[in-house]
Ligand binder design. Sequence first.
Ligand SMILES: *[C@@H]1O[C@H](CO)[C@@H](O)[C@H](O)[C@H]1NC(C)=O
Ligand SMILES: *[C@@H]1O[C@H](CO)[C@@H](O)[C@H](O)[C@H]1NC(C)=O
Ligand SMILES: *[C@@H]1O[C@H](CO)[C@@H](O)[C@H](O)[C@H]1NC(C)=O
Length: 356
Amino acid sequence: MANPRPGLAILGAGIFVRTQYIPRLAEISDLFVLRAIWSRTEESAKGAVEIARKHFPDVECKWGEEGLDEIIRDNSIVGVGVVLAGQIQVEMSLKMLKAGKHVLQEKPAAASISEIETAISSYKNISTGSPSPSIWAVAENYRFEPAFVELKKLVGEIGTMMNVQLIVEGSMNSSNPYFSSSWRRNLGGGFILDMGVHYIAGLRMLVGCEVTSVSATTTHVDTSLPAPDNITSNFQLENGCSGVFVMVVSSKSPKILWRVVGLKGTVQLERGMQEGRHGYLATVYSDRGETRTIFYPFSGVTEELKAFFHDVSQASASQEGEPRLSYLEGARDVAVLEAMLESGAKDGALVPVKRF
Ligand SMILES: *[C@@H]1O[C@H](CO)[C@@H](O)[C@H](O)[C@H]1NC(C)=O
Ligand SMILES: *[C@@H]1O[C@H](CO)[C@@H](O)[C@H](O)[C@H]1NC(C)=O
Ligand SMILES: *[C@@H]1O[C@H](CO)[C@@H](O)[C@H](O)[C@H]1NC(C)=O
């Protein structure tokens, strides 16, 4: 007999919950029971619950301190999704872990390396002595995008890695729903940290090793955006290869591209569209001059949610969790960007990346 479906609560009712969590959860509603959506304010919680009720008629609306306590005391809720402002996510995740809930926290893992260090120490303290410690997962959908999973396998076939390029020209202008998001604007590093962790996660996954040191130039050009809005960085990989990371937060010519050049071929991933669907074009250039391109539509958010529910259902069996969800993986993405921002602030000084 299968375990009963785990009860889930979502803490947060912002744009990402309304436009991603609710519809993606609806696609896999056989894996869990959505018990509650919580927000600090009643108005915000109600707005999200109204959307969710189309798929989950029994979901309850919770808000404020009292609503949070009710979620904590409800033993039928075993997992929570923490989808809040980047500055308060860690505190909330730790509170839930302490209460014995499994946590899937949205990226970034934390707002800074120092916050990550305290968080890891607190988590260890909470887990120590517990026979089956609660899971603390970071939701980084890029690690679950089929395009990255598939292309990563082909990186092994291009021979010695010679160079890596990661070019991001974002479209964070006033038409973007996240443009006015105050917490994103107030996160140290402007939009570069919040958006950048995705691209670094993709980079680390494709190259299959860690970034060891960086040297970066940062500038602030577009004053409608928080500083900095441009970064150009050299980076050194553990495998001896070097590369460049360029990110323009708001460009008139959006482009997102990873390219890994090897002695025997090149692989490339580029954001694109096919038949009205958004996704990635994965291209392999072989040493015989052949080129093939495959389109992979987005499905990373759904895949990461599935992996979390799988881990939760296995948790009491003390199985190893999905490594792509681990808090440390999220911490490593933040560490690379923090090193780049620090280097930018020090006129391009070489900065080692903090290891976790
Ligand atoms: C974890 O426990 C150790 C030993 O008791 C303590 O020194 C440390 O400050 C604790 N960490 C946090 C973040 O509370
Ligand atoms: C924002 O960028 C998108 C994508 O490039 C573009 O379609 C849109 O017109 C831009 N909006 C503004 C206000 O510049
Ligand atoms: C920074 O990005 C802006 C667009 O946001 C671009 O016009 C400008 O040339 C860039 N500056 C540098 C120094 O890269």
